[in-house]
Design a protein around this ligand. Structure first.
Ligand SMILES: Cc1ncc(COP(=O)(O)O)c(C=O)c1O
Length: 502
């Protein structure tokens, strides 16, 4: 039995605390120095230290892959294979039928690649169905490379929109019969955390001869996502993409788990070293080996191994357990936020009716999202994100009723400027390390802002982009962390070591 199929229930708590940056402090606008409350995990998660330790240890053997002759190359090649195995095992994929390839620094690169490859496979099917709740990364590549992108509507409407509507998908598949190449849908939204019924959607797509690409960037670290829920091929996801930096492995690549038959028999999208059997001046012969044929060039060995170590560790702690712990915090956040006067939570807020993962976007009536995010940061050390989260069509749909109520004529030249501070939301997102204390800090910050909103507003100026800047408190990045000073410190340590008598 492999080590990662053994659950270690007692690992859960130590693992939650094993992250770099949990005790990072900053000086705030009122002069206090407090611990940062990191509620921006949907953008990038913090680094799991035990996985980073694996990477650091591997550095002692560092060499390029693609050879097994010298010791270090043998180790590098083995570790890189191991990283692929961890990904496939994590989603219970069949290594005989599936492959995983790493690419880029997030899922954007694999998504562009898949769009190009799948379009080239079936040019006669020139329609792709893309859900309305996609991040631009799972929308624009399909628009650019794969033909006509038709949006798939969601259930519900306005502020309380729900998940992708299977009935609407079925109607579109009928309407574009024999034309739909694939369906692109997120497993969970980066705006609302709402979870889509991806296996039902896959079954519908397959019944119409379409494939399904699932963006698992917001799902994989937070809840189990097997490649098929029942093991039935009809309900299997054809391609699952993810970003390593949202999986507690910053500096690791993006990846795609793909059914091999989708890639086999056609020229890989990228060519170069490591993916050929032979090259002559007249031609070249691509290897049939997976994932080699999909990974031209020197791979991100260290990032991939760090990512593999995270996935192994998460499985040991138990993904069900991780999911349950996040759900408890999420429900607390939803309930307490709903009780805040004037708070609007986006997406169906009932997690029993519409399941969601640990992402909550909201607004406070009469307060610009930029002001809320700035005050939470400057006075409460709560790191949230604000704006449209690279999901403009979805955010605009969720905000529609409010923007209409603002009574700004969209045809006036000033409309864009007037609407800017109101076109967005505040997003709090959870990770394995998030605690009740972090949720409490957010709620305390919100209540404080609501109690003194005029005072706070007077402290800020807003720029043309809708960003709020404190009039007197400035904390430039280089004063908080300067890479050159960090290097100075490292070099000083080096000189101190060299000055030692030995
Ligand atoms: C759901 C979703 N898909 C895709 C992306 C794009 O990921 P990356 O920037 O890592 O390529 C993000 C990033 O926020 C996301 O949340």
């Amino acid at each position: 039995m492999s080590s990662c199929s053994i659950h270690h229930p007692r690992l859960f708590d130590p693992l939650r605390r094993d992250f770099s940056g949990l005790d990072t402090g900053y000086r705030l606008a009122d002069g206090r120095v407090t611990r940062r409350h990191y509620l921006d995990s949907a953008a990038s998660t913090l680094a799991l230290d035990c996985a980073r330790a694996v990477k650091d240890e591997l550095l002692h053997h560092y060499a390029n892959t693609h050879s097994t002759l010298h010791f270090s190359a043998r180790i590098a090649s083995h570790a890189y294979d191991w990283a692929h195995e961890q990904v496939l095992r994590f989603v219970r994929a069949d290594p005989g039928r599936h492959t995983v390839f790493f690419a880029g620094s997030g899922c954007t690169a694999p998504l562009n690649r898949l769009a190009r490859v799948l379009a080239a496979r079936r040019p006669e099917r020139n329609v792709v169905l893309v859900s309305l709740m996609e991040h631009h990364a799972n929308d624009l590549p399909h628009r650019k490379h794969a033909g006509r992108a038709v949006p798939i509507p969601l259930t519900g409407e306005g502020q309380t929109l729900g998940a992708v509507d299977p009935a609407a998908l079925e109607r579109l598949l009928e309407q574009h019969r024999d034309q739909v190449n694939y369906v692109a849908v997120t497993a969970a939204s980066n705006v609302t955390g709402i979870v889509n019924p991806v296996y039902d959607l896959a079954a519908l797509a397959h019944a119409h001869g379409a494939w399904v690409i699932v963006d698992a960037s917001q799902h994989l670290a937070h809840a189990p996502l097997p490649i098929s829920d029942t093991g039935a091929v009809e309900r299997e996801l054809d391609a699952v993409v993810f970003s390593g930096h949202k999986l507690y492995a910053p500096g690791s690549p993006g990846g795609a788990i793909v059914r091999r038959t989708l890639l086999e028999g056609c020229e890989p999208d990228e060519v170069g070293g490591g993916m050929v059997e032979d090259v002559r001046l007249s031609d070249y012969q691509v290897t049939t080996r997976f994932p080699d044929r999909e990974e031209a060039g020197t791979p991100d060995l260290l990032g991939a191994v760090q990512l593999g170590a995270v996935l192994n560790a998460l499985q040991r702690a138990g993904m069900e357990r991780i999911h349950a712990a996040e759900q408890r915090l999420l429900r607390r956040l939803l309930a307490e936020l709903a009780a805040v006067p004037g708070a609007r939570i986006y997406g169906d807020p009932d997690p029993d009716r519409t399941p969601r993962l640990g992402v909550v976007s909201f607004n406070l009536a009469g307060l610009e999202h930029g002001l809320v995010a700035a005050v939470l940061n400057d006075y409460h050390n709560v790191a949230v994100r604000n704006g449209c989260f690279c999901a403009h069509p979805y955010v605009r749909e969720l905000l529609k009723p409010e923007l209409w109520a603002l009574d700004v004529d969209p045809d006036t030249g000033d409309a864009a400027t007037l609407l800017k501070p109101w076109q967005g939301m505040i997003r709090a997102s959870l990770g394995l390390y998030t605690t009740d204390e972090d949720i409490e800090a957010l709620l305390v910050g919100i209540r404080d802002l609501l109690a003194r909103s005029d005072d706070y507003r007077a402290l800020y100026v807003v720029d043309a982009d809708g960003d709020f800047h404190h009039r007197t408190f400035h904390a430039p990045a280089e004063a908080l962390f300067d890479p050159e000073r960090a290097l100075d410190r490292a070099l000083a340590r080096l000189s101190a070591t060299n000055a030692a008598p030995w």
